[in-house]
Design a protein around this ligand. Structure first.
Ligand SMILES: [Zn+2]
Length: 314
């Protein structure tokens, strides 16, 4: 039996799963206080929560720029630390092989192996959470470009636009992410303090989850805000389709799991904006099947590949 652990280190969430012969047998979700968590100690704490007998290897997906296969976390706007040698530090501590990759790349691997993209060779994964992450799969393999391909959350969406967590202005993720939805809701409630949405959310923190719950419950204002984020998502997806023309786009991450109320508007806007749209078909834009756990599961699957000799890092 092969036992591996996968963790996903994101901006505000930390997930850990243990796989035995590919099946998830233990899982832990943590909410981290953002940049207060030190990367190596946070990773070790999560791994130990799901540690069991006979762990053969560990995989980690990290939100940000990751040098692969060296497993160095170079930098990321949502995670603390720079130039952290995560792979070698975890290997020294745990004494098992470790694989470290970008979290969208690990999530794409999971969706390819057992999720929405099984049997697909050319696909894009777009993860929506604290920001936008991305992975490019070409001919069944993650395409890395020189090193960091797929960081389209930071492609320029609007000149002189909103300030992004990365320090630049007008990045795509400033208008299509969890924080973007929260910002829209805050503006809406300020303008409509006596409205139904303000009333519904008055006793809870204004979070992406709370707004999407309101949308799911049929609140028209909340549905409108989700659709606005969906439209911004669709405009960016249109650019990705123009460049890479994938067989399919899989949308994951916490916000991506909303589903049709987000993806319906995204598809309509992308179809309208796509050049030559009357003469071609928009690729399917689908919800990720593995949900927010995809990054952690994909990391554990990469670790399994390493144990079985299907993945050689050095
Ligand atoms: Zn940015």
């Amino acid at each position: 039996m092969t036992t591996t652990i996968g963790i996903d280190l994101g901006g505000t969430k930390l997930l850990a799963v243990r796989l035995e012969d590919g099946e998830v047998v233990a899982r832990e979700h943590f909410t981290t206080p953002g940049e207060a968590t030190e990367l190596v100690s946070g990773a070790l704490a999560a791994i130990r929560e799901v540690w069991g007998n006979g762990v053969d290897a560990v995989g980690a997906g990290v939100a940000g720029l990751v040098q692969y296969p060296e497993g160095v976390f170079v930098w990321g706007p949502h995670v603390a630390g720079t130039s952290v040698r995560l792979r070698s530090e975890l290997e020294a501590e745990l004494e098992v092989p470790v694989v470290v990759d970008n979290d969208a790349n690990t999530a794409a691997w999971a969706e390819l192996q057992r999720g929405a993209a099984v049997g697909c060779d050319d696909m894009l994964l777009v993860t929506l959470g604290s920001g936008i992450g991305g992975a490019i799969v070409i001919d069944g393999r993650v395409h890395r470009g020189s090193t960091f391909a797929g960081e389209w959350g930071h492609m320029l969406y609007q000149e002189h636009g909103l300030l992004c967590d990365c320090g630049k202005q007008g990045c795509w993720e400033t208008v299509a992410s969890g924080p973007a939805l929260v910002r829209l809701a805050r503006e809406f409630i300020t303008l409509n303090p006596d409205g139904q949405l303000a009333h519904r959310l008055r006793d809870e923190a204004l979070t992406g989850e709370a707004i999407t719950r309101a949308a799911d419950a049929g609140d028209e204002s909340a549905r409108g805000l989700v659709a606005q984020v969906g439209a911004a998502l669709g405009r960016g997806l249109c650019s990705l389709i123009a460049i890479l023309d994938p067989q399919m786009i899989v949308v994951g991450g916490g916000l991506g799991s909303i589903g049709e109320s987000l993806l319906g508007p995204a598809r309509r806007v992308a179809a309208d904006a796509l050049h030559g749209g009357a003469h071609r078909t928009l690729p399917p834009i689908l919800v990720a099947e593995l949900g927010p756990e995809a990054g952690a599961i994909g990391a554990a699957l990469l670790a399994e590949d390493r144990v079985r000799g299907r993945l050689v890092l050095d």
